[in-house]
Design a protein around this ligand. Structure first.
Ligand code: URA
Length: 268
């Protein structure tokens, strides 16, 4: 009996960087690809058509150049120049500058201020990506994209968070080395990825600590264990997203670029 021919795509000899240009992505009752891209904020429809024609757009990993291709923006994964474009119309992504005194839950049985007070109106079923202590202020991401939220908080993806802590000065020269070597806490070693002194004014200093883990009170405990009581703590970056000028108690929608960078940070 003649052996069935193996489809070409199953051979493992494609050179690195090869992209399959055969198009199996068409969704007959879908939305035109240039419209989906324009609605996501990539560029004008006209400019998106050009990007498609230039082979810069992939749908589910396949380059789609066909004029008028239709896709399902909620189910298919679309990249432009290798960057994921959030196209699902009901997915939302926000950054909140959580004020001190607000608990990092959507609801607080004790009636304390909580996240819902700031984001309840924005979308149903928003998840907060990790937590900040009640006494810590700063950047907290919120989304209804469950897969992204899970990955961003999963230690295996190692997404870095940057904190600024106000501590009493002066700062000994070896503090950065100690934090980077690791501080033994009661639940195990905690290591900073980087450390810097932002400002030092006699009795008070502002220090920057970057780490990629998310244990409870970890920055406070690391600094306190190394002899530096934390006066104030703020998270100013979460992976590629910066707090920037977002004022305490205000929320902003993440940009297309920021969402694409978050996807990339967790290999989505
Ligand atoms: N580390 C802390 O000590 N507090 C936070 O809220 C986050 C990290």
């Amino acid at each position: 009996m003649k052996a069935a021919r193996q489809p070409l795509r199953d051979y493992a000899f494609y050179p690195e960087g090869y992209t399959d240009e055969r198009d199996t992505t068409e969704v007959p009752d879908g939305v035109r690809l240039q419209k989906v891209l324009a609605q996501a904020g990539v560029a004008s429809r006209r400019a998106c058509e050009e990007m498609i024609g230039d082979g810069r757009v992939t749908v589910n990993g396949q380059v789609v150049r066909r004029f008028g291709a239709k896709v399902d923006p909620a189910a298919q994964v679309i990249h432009v120049d290798g960057k994921r474009i959030p196209t699902a119309p009901d997915l939302v992504y926000y950054a909140l500058n959580k004020p001190i005194g607000v608990v990092s839950t959507m609801d607080d049985p004790q009636g304390r201020p909580c996240l819902a007070d700031y984001v309840e109106e924005l979308a149903p079923r928003l998840f907060h990506v990790g937590r900040l202590d009640t006494e810590t202020e700063g950047l907290l991401l919120l989304t209804n994209d469950g897969e992204l939220a899970n990955r961003l908080t999963h230690p295996s993806y190692g997404v870095q968070k940057k904190y600024w802590a106000k501590v009493p000065g002066p700062i000994p020269r070896d503090l950065g080395r100690r934090l980077k070597q690791g501080i033994e806490l009661e639940d195990g070693l905690a290591r900073a990825d980087s450390f810097a002194i932002v400002q030092e004014h006699g009795q008070q200093a502002l220090v920057e600590v970057v780490l990629h883990e998310g244990r409870k009170h970890v920055v406070r405990r690391m600094l306190e264990e190394s002899g530096h009581r934390v006066i104030d703590l703020a998270r100013i970056e979460f992976g590629p997203v910066k707090l920037g000028r977002t004022k305490p108690g205000t929320v902003r929608a993440l940009s297309l670029k920021e969402v694409g960078e978050l996807y990339a940070a967790v290999k989505l």
